[in-house]
Design a protein. Structure first.
Length: 186
């Protein structure tokens, strides 16, 4: 078994990419209300600041700043993922299938009968999310703005809209007050 080590910096600003296990569907935007509720509840219990956020059909990007004295972003992501999954499960939106994803045509839209690998079954993992996430600690102001812009521009990169302002699941709408020099992207 591999040992996975994450950098732990108190009060850090961190960029994240979090993905669904089954790529190609629209689960996150179809269920964005449930995702927002999971984030809101987690923020209430374990505060953090959302600097930027974009929800795409099968993954999301975010820039968070943790409170001083706190470096635990992993617990927050675990809580968000668990709450989102539990909410889908309670409403009957998710059923489980014990087989390998490829047997059910993985990647062809979201299948409400979720395929799970043997290891996910063994660990009790619902199979909605990729087990881990990618993070990058922000180094300086230029790095910060590069990652905030990445969040804003990602729907354009994926061909979902022509301009960031047309994607409704983005903090670009909230962050317009910072965009004096960025009219070109709106």
């Amino acid at each position: 078994m591999s040992f996975y080590r994450r950098l732990r910096v108190s009060g850090a600003t961190v960029f994240f990419t979090v993905s669904l296990a089954q790529r190609g569907g629209w689960l996150l935007v179809d269920e964005v209300t449930r995702l927002r509720a999971a984030v809101r509840q987690t923020k209430t219990e374990r505060p953090f600041h959302i600097d930027a956020w974009v929800v795409l059909p099968d993954h999301l990007h975010a820039v968070w700043t943790l409170p001083a004295g706190d470096a635990d972003f992993s617990t927050r992501w675990g809580a968000i993922k668990a709450r989102f999954t539990r909410n889908l499960r309670e409403d009957g939106r998710v059923r489980f299938h014990p087989t390998n994803a490829k047997a059910l045509g993985h990647g062809v839209g979201w299948n409400p009968t979720l395929p799970r690998s043997a290891s996910k079954v063994r660990k009790g993992d619902a199979g909605i999310w990729q087990r881990r996430f990618w993070e990058h600690h922000i180094r300086d102001e230029a790095d910060y703005w590069a990652h905030v812009r990445y969040c804003w521009l990602n729907p354009v990169k994926h061909g979902l809209v022509e301009r960031p302002k047309y994607w409704p699941y983005s903090s670009v709408h909230r962050d317009r007050r910072f965009q004096k020099d960025m009219d070109w992207m709106l």
